[in-house]
Design a binder for this molecule. Structure first.
Ligand SMILES: [Zn+2]
Length: 480
């Protein structure tokens, strides 16, 4: 499955992929409308599928179970999960075997899960990359692969689709992004299904079985493919493939209620969605209703992802009482200071004594004990993170004597290595004071390579690290 293509972070594009390993055979009668259903591979309605995890972490298994079961709200089919093979009662046959060890997310289609691998403990479904996905991406991936396991094919391969692929661009994308050769690209993306056993009466671009397709890959002006959830038609049609659980009318009512609930979460408990933008477009984020109190650092390109993250966030879900404790805790930390060796993390109210202005959301810094300067020119969001960095700082643990020795040694080394062929390393403002040079460097970045001729031209810009500059000088053509 590929839900996000060009124009999204590379990570996302890499995360989604799936293939089917089945080979077409036989032909069976029609039972569904809009989904691309391979009807000779669907299970019997009412069946309980035994599903076992072959490996993986517990939290991932729990999430897969929770997400996959959404299909069973609409489809008259049951999932009986076992977290390891040892837990499956002896004599019980297993239909679907899940592994998290793979490079891709993929699944066999319908009964092929059982047919080809019944006797072996080898997987029929893989979630190779979901551990690194966001909650809502995981939801999309799990629903998609379980859709395959229920007998569904890709919706973008529906013969009734209303767009044309940009063939060359798509093949190039297949190869470069997913390592799919032309044959695989045709089989999993481009080709439509037209044989008798494939059922589709209409086309649904909102289906969870549809890849997200960037406009560069098709003749559409807009991206095709949506979100990480079951579309209304996904729900209605799977209920027709596996009849007996919910009627179409019941599904419509339930679906509308779910949409309504989703729209409500623009504000969710203690948090809200904030829309911003950066160089690559719109971003979505969630923040505390009191922004200064809580700001989540991760920006999402996708509103649904931001909402999913917000709903899962501990702060956003805090009760009023918990929030009071949280606030008290912030306040008491801001009223504390902690020192280590030659350094100190001053309490927030003392921040103004240090010559660095930190913003309200990042009020903490590491400073010299006498507040004369900061150690790393950084502002930290929490007292704890500043203390953590302070304790790991080499500088903070050094004595005055060690530091003085180091400065002397550094100066001697610097003097010995500052000249090379046509160039020399200048240190500002020292060199400037000789009157030779018209350059200056900002505080903290005093080193610059100059040519040694009368022009004293700068070879490159200012740096904080003279050793790196020496290396650069020795390899720079102007100096050689
Ligand atoms: Zn797929």
């Amino acid at each position: 499955m590929i839900r996000s293509l060009i124009g999204v972070p590379l990570l996302l594009a890499l995360l989604f992929s799936c293939v089917q390993k089945d080979s077409p055979e036989g032909s069976v009668e029609v039972s569904a409308a809009s989904l691309v259903v391979e009807s000779n591979k669907t299970w019997k309605a009412g069946k309980t599928l035994t599903i076992v995890f072959l490996d993986g972490e517990d939290w991932l298994k729990d999430e897969v179970i929770q997400i996959a079961n959404e299909w069973t709200v609409y489809a008259n089919i049951n999932f009986d999960f076992y977290k390891s093979y040892e837990l499956v009662p002896s004599g019980k046959s297993v239909q679907i075997k899940i592994s998290f060890i793979d490079e891709k997310n993929r699944s066999f289609v319908g009964k092929d899960s059982d047919r080809f691998f019944a006797a072996k403990k080898s997987p029929s479904m893989w979630f190779g990359t979901i551990a690194g996905q966001t909650g809502s991406q995981r939801k999309g991936t799990v629903l998609h692969e379980f859709g395959h396991a229920l007998g569904l094919r890709h919706e973008h391969q529906n013969s009734l689709r209303d767009f044309k692929f940009n063939l060359e661009a798509m093949k190039k994308y297949c190869l470069e992004k997913w390592g799919k050769d032309e044959k695989n690209c045709h089989a999993e993306v481009l080709d439509t299904f037209s044989s008798g056993k494939i059922i589709s009466v209409s086309y649904d671009p909102h289906s969870v079985m549809h890849y997200d397709l960037h406009p560069d890959l098709t003749d559409s002006e807009e991206k095709i493919g949506y979100g990480n959830q079951l579309s209304l038609l996904d729900k209605i049609e799977i209920a027709k493939v596996y009849p007996g659980r919910m009627t179409g009318e019941e599904i419509v009512v339930l679906h509308e209620d779910q949409i309504y609930q989703l729209e409500l979460v623009e504000h969710y408990k203690n948090c809200q969605i904030e829309v911003g933008s950066n160089s690559s477009g719109k971003t979505f984020n969630f923040v505390g209703l009191n922004k200064h109190e809580y700001r989540y650092a991760y920006s999402s390109r996708n509103r649904a992802d931001a909402i999913a993250n917000m709903r899962a966030d501990k702060y956003c879900n805090m009760s009023f009482e918990e929030l009071q404790v949280f606030r008290q805790d912030i306040k008491s930390k801001q009223d504390k200071e902690r020192s280590f060796g030659r350094c100190i993390v001053p309490k927030a109210s003392d921040a103004s004594k240090v010559p660095l202005n930190c913003k309200k959301e990042f009020p903490f810094m590491i400073a010299e004990k006498d507040f004369s300067k900061t150690i790393d020119h950084l502002c930290y969001p929490t007292f704890g993170s500043a203390v953590y960095s302070m304790k790991r700082s080499n500088y903070c643990s050094k004595s005055d004597q060690e530091l003085a020795d180091e400065v002397l040694l550094d100066a001697a080394e610097f003097r010995n290595s500052r000249s090379y062929k046509n160039c020399y390393l200048a240190k500002f403002p020292e060199t400037q004071m000789t009157g030779i040079v018209k350059y200056n460097c900002p505080s903290g970045f005093p080193y610059m390579i100059l040519t040694g001729d009368k022009s004293d031209r700068a070879v490159k810009g200012c740096s904080s690290r003279w050793k790196n500059k020496v290396k650069e000088m020795r390899s720079h053509p102007n100096c050689n």
